[in-house]
Design a protein around this ligand. Sequence first.
Ligand SMILES: Nc1ncnc2c1ncn2[C@@H]1O[C@H](COP(=O)(O)OP(=O)(O)OP(=O)(O)O)[C@@H](O)[C@H]1O
Ligand SMILES: O=c1ccn([C@@H]2O[C@H](COP(=O)(O)O)[C@@H](O)[C@H]2O)c(=O)[nH]1
Length: 241
Amino acid sequence: MAAHRPYRRILLKLSGEALLGQVDYGIDPAVLNRLAGEVRDLLAAGLQVALVLGGGNIFRGAGLAARGLDRVSADQMGMLATLMNALAMQDALEKLEVPTRVMSALRIHQVCEDYIRRRAVRHLEKGRVTIFAAGTGNPFFTTDSAASLRAIEIEADLLIKATKVDGVYSSDPVKDPNAVFYPRLTYNQALREDLRVMDATALVLCRDNRLPLRVLNIHTPGALMRLVAGEEIGSLVESGD
Ligand SMILES: Nc1ncnc2c1ncn2[C@@H]1O[C@H](COP(=O)(O)OP(=O)(O)OP(=O)(O)O)[C@@H](O)[C@H]1O
Ligand SMILES: O=c1ccn([C@@H]2O[C@H](COP(=O)(O)O)[C@@H](O)[C@H]2O)c(=O)[nH]1
């Protein structure tokens, strides 16, 4: 497996649910502002930074559908939830004087730009934190798949999934106290062992396009900077031979 190399362009996927922090619904400003500060530090370290935010703090399509809503409408609501989180993050970053752009997979022209790959790359090259909103624009997908897809499109060196657990385990550590931590693994192992830290569509996309993935805990302050400085933080998932 590959050793650490300096990163040029990363895509950071931030869990929507983690934005809840101490609140029951929506966004905890303390969590949002801390994350914005960490993103600013990554930019200041010379990295090009793209972001995808989940929507689990507001709506998840599957949850709404289980309560009777049409699945496609439910997923569209979920995608709009990711746009709300993107706008909140844009605001938090701008308050720190970080240049940003929000690009949406659904057209919402009064609010933000459409996602156009070449423009996204240009924004990144100019040092703007570029936030990809509304997932892939298609129902039945997740923001993990959107993050994988966009990371591949913009030729990111690394996809980072910042989530509620420390990395990838042999089973869900939230439910299984005996779950074993995996510092390194391959996508095929994750798929074979049905490790649900990320959905299978996203894992296959990353595997087939040889995009490395780092899974780490969003609640560990400073973890992102330590990672890009070369420390082994969280779990590394790679394509293997
Ligand atoms: N094998 C595993 N290793 C690690 N985490 C796992 C595993 N299996 C399931 N999980 C769960 O997956 C969760 C992360 O994925 P999930 O898609 O639920 O959240 P997210 O994408 O971070 O958040 P959101 O959907 O709100 O954006 C972890 O919080 C953990 O509980
Ligand atoms: O490409 C996509 C991405 C997301 N959705 C819907 O949005 C919600 C929130 O995203 P999470 O990844 O769960 O945080 C998701 O549950 C889907 O309903 C989508 O339809 N298409």
